[in-house]
Design a protein. Structure first.
Length: 298
């Protein structure tokens, strides 16, 4: 059984087999109507081959030597042909639609971790850059975007949650793009973007090379008062122990009078009043609650 030979071209229309057409197999030919039963399949196969070539070009599956000087394949992003850039100025100066890659620490936060950046040029000097931040192992972490209008670049803004955001998970394991908020000490260079966002608010680590994450294990999270006056004397990131407002538990008993006979007999009176109960409760004061896993984006 022979296969159709795909030519990789976009066919304007797909032949419809009519009820009056003879059922003819063999090599298809629209002009001579040879192989009528295979004409539609041939045209669709040609379209598929054409689309496949377009996708491969867009994905970087082309020869990097045909691109601008300095563009080489990058081992961390095997499906793209990319150009390495050295600093923020080089990123700002891009003027053609292209993929570029930045090494860790060569760009300012939030891209200091490095990653793949797609630069797209449009008419009237408009351009867009979409940056995928990735770990040293190539794991996707987060995405940022910025626009150039009138020759001026705007700031990179996160697409989705911002680095340093607290994320509550309905699962007990941490995905690769997040960190568990467990009070761990992190390196200020390796996690430069996160350090840029939260600094030493939750602990200065060793004072020079590390910083601390907040530890939300077993804790309730409370909105910062920030001058409202409902939670006086609080600073951002401050911790509070458990507490309960002053109060009393009591019960009421009415007056009772009864008499007795025999030795020492007489009438005895117990006046009514308020009496305290004994100690009640568990090990802490808490509302109804449910546990989840708190993490942060880095």
């Amino acid at each position: 059984m022979a296969d159709l030979i795909e030519t990789g071209e976009w066919v304007a229309g797909i032949y419809q087999i009519e009820t009056t057409d003879p059922v003819l197999g063999g090599p298809p030919d629209l002009l001579t109507k040879a192989g009528v039963a295979n004409i539609s399949a041939q045209q669709l196969a040609d379209r598929t081959a054409w689309l496949k070539a377009q996708v491969e070009d867009l994905a970087g599956g082309f020869d990097a030597s045909n691109l601008e000087t300095g563009i080489v394949p990058d081992a961390r992003f095997p499906h793209f042909a990319v150009m390495a850039i050295a600093n923020d100025a080089a990123l700002d100066a891009l003027s053609v639609t292209i993929h570029v890659v930045a090494a860790p620490s060569v760009l300012s936060p939030p891209l200091a971790i490095g990653g793949l950046i797609r630069h797209s040029e449009f008419s009237d000097g408009i351009a867009v850059q979409v940056a995928d931040r990735r770990s040293s192992a190539g794991v996707f972490l987060s995405r940022y975007m910025r626009h150039r209008l009138g020759g001026t670049w705007g700031a990179f803004a996160p697409v989705g949650p911002r680095v340093g955001s607290t994320i509550s998970l309905s699962r007990g394991t941490v995905p690769t793009s997040l960190l568990k908020l467990n009070g761990a000490l992190l390196n200020r260079v390796s996690y430069a973007d996160l350090f840029e966002e939260i600094g030493t608010t939750w602990g200065a680590g060793d004072g020079s090379t590390t910083f601390a994450l907040p530890d939300l294990r077993g804790e309730f999270v409370r909105g910062w008062d920030a001058g409202r006056g409902a939670d006086l004397g609080r600073v951002f990131g401050g911790w509070q122990p458990q507490d309960i407002q002053p109060h009393a538990h009591s019960y009421e008993r009415g007056a009772v009078s009864y008499g007795t006979t025999g030795v020492g007999s007489g009438t005895y009176n117990h006046t009514g009043g308020t009496y305290m109960t004994g100690v009640q409760g568990g090990t802490e004061t808490r509302p109804r609650n449910i546990t989840q896993l708190f993490c942060t984006l880095y």
